[in-house]
Design a protein around this ligand. Structure first.
Ligand SMILES: [Ca+2]
Ligand SMILES: [Ca+2]
Length: 464
């Protein structure tokens, strides 16, 4: 599918590297309240139980910075949890130990500035049990090494480097890491925000399937819109603000460290300028992936002004940013940003399958499409949350379709028999909420900075 570029943008692209003077062709005032409705309470109550608290990684606040929790793909029942400051914890039989500490391996690990800096994400290869491979993303100060993807030439304000590593454990079933690592890819970004985000293998792909063993990586726009570099977004020759798909065991990439599947949309298009790594474009901060039961890939996108998105990701599509936010036109202007209704004859963009307003979530915290057995009421529900407010939401993933907006509802939350909120439970005015999953697909809710982890004990239909 070709990348649609509106005429007003083409002229900007043709003026590559010149300072931007972006103004909307439309003179209307931005919408004051583009999404008027709030997310409504649903009928489901999540009964949470306290599970454990992650160890502190600093004496000063925040005490911890835990970010992602998922099982190894080896059937061992072992859960892994990372802290942005460096540790990768192993949790087995309710006991937490340190499996690996990136601080001990990577002198350039940089986790001080920015909400997302440090050891961000990890993902196990589907054959971890036999090949011992897993992948991590972390940030480093730029200038340490040459990037594979750098900021535009002539714009010298690269702020951070985001790195994908492959680790090979000598003994995959060992309880501490011993082995080696190598760098797959390094991407530079203009700001300390929205760098490389989640990564995932398709857990539904079987050996021999086209998608098997291919690693999806969500690439944020690195703050480039606010850095005055929006012109380098929404393009097929820029990695910023995209979702990429690579073969970590291949070697036909320009740096020889990973493979580019020839089935990627811009890999075999005969154009050397378009990046073969890209799978889809047009994202601001595609923070988290979630897989539907039939292998459908969803990605959240955290909005700039008004709209938080859930997107159904399909090959070669353009999800809009920074020309669209949710189902609105994003007004790119030097001094002000705003949302307008979609223009007449709008085409070329793919819109979210669910969206809601910032008043319900400063930032959407992506979760999981429930596939566990303990809570039938959650079956196929996409469970996710709100960073800052701490709300927990759900939408029926089987109903999410391109071209439609699915209904999002808010869970009631209960603890020890009393209705409560995550804000109260974690004693946080700003709940940096995260969700995790275990080998039985059961869900956990945790607070990044306080480190408390809760488990879903029961789910009931309420009569509020
Ligand atoms: Ca190409
Ligand atoms: Ca979008």
């Amino acid at each position: 599918m070709a990348c649609f570029v509106p005429p007003k943008y083409l002229s900007i692209i043709s003026a590559l590297l010149t300072p931007l003077a972006l103004t909307s062709a439309r003179e209307e005032l931005p919408l004051m309240n583009p999404i008027a409705d709030s997310v409504e309470w649903g009928d489901l109550t999540l009964h949470l139980e306290y599970w454990m608290t992650a160890p502190p990684t600093d004496q000063k606040s925040p005490r911890a910075r835990i970010n992602s929790m998922k099982p190894a793909t080896d059937g061992s029942g072992r859960l892994f949890l990372n802290d942005l400051r460096g540790p990768l914890y192993l949790i087995k039989d309710n006991q937490l130990t340190t499996y690996l500490d990136l601080r001990e391996k990577l002198s350039a690990l940089y986790s001080e500035r920015g909400l997302g800096g440090g050891f961000n994400f990890f993902e196990f290869h589907p054959e971890f049990e036999t090949n011992g491979l897993f992948y991590t993303i972390h940030t480093e100060e730029p200038g340490v090494k040459t990037p594979d993807f750098e900021g535009p030439k002539g714009i010298d304000d690269t702020a951070i480097g985001s790195v994908v590593l492959e680790w090979r454990a000598n003994k995959p079933m060992a309880s501490t890491f011993e082995g080696s690592f190598r760098q797959l890819m390094r991407v530079h970004f203009p700001r300390h925000i929205h760098c490389l985000q989640d990564m995932a293998f398709n857990p539904h792909a079987k050996q021999g399937d086209e998608d098997y063993g291919l690693l999806y990586v969500a690439v944020g726009e690195g703050g480039s819109m606010k850095a005055g570099q929006a012109v380098f977004l929404n393009r097929t020759d820029s990695i910023w603000g995209t979702i990429i798909r690579i073969d970590p065991l291949g070697n036909n990439s320009p740096n020889g460290q990973y493979g580019i599947p020839d089935t990627n949309p811009w890999a075999e298009d005969g154009d050397d300028n378009t990046l073969g790594e890209l799978w889809a474009i047009g994202f601001r901060n595609p923070h988290r992936f979630a897989w539907g039961p039939n292998g459908r890939l969803f990605a959240t996108d955290i909005g700039e002004i008004n709209v938080e998105e859930i997107n159904l990701i399909e090959k070669g599509r353009n999800y809009g940013w920074p020309l669209r936010e949710g189902t609105f036109e994003f007004q790119l202007d030097h001094n002000k940003f705003g949302l307008l209704p979609l223009p007449e004859g709008d085409e070329g963009f793919t819109y979210p399958v669910a969206q809601f307003d910032h008043k319900d979530a400063n930032a959407i915290s992506g979760g999981y499409i429930y596939q566990g057995n303990q809570h039938p009421l959650l079956k196929d529900q996409y469970v996710f949350g709100a960073i800052v407010q701490g709300h927990l939401f759900y939408t029926d993933a089987t109903q999410l379709q391109l071209g439609q907006l699915g209904k999002v509802e808010k869970f009631h939350v209960s603890f020890e028999g009393k209705e409560t909120t995550m804000s109260t439970l974690t004693d946080s005015g700003r709940v940096d909420l995260r969700l995790g999953v275990d080998h039985e697909n059961e869900l956990y809710v945790f607070e990044k900075n306080k480190g408390q982890i809760f488990r879903i004990q029961e789910v009931t239909l309420s009569s509020h």
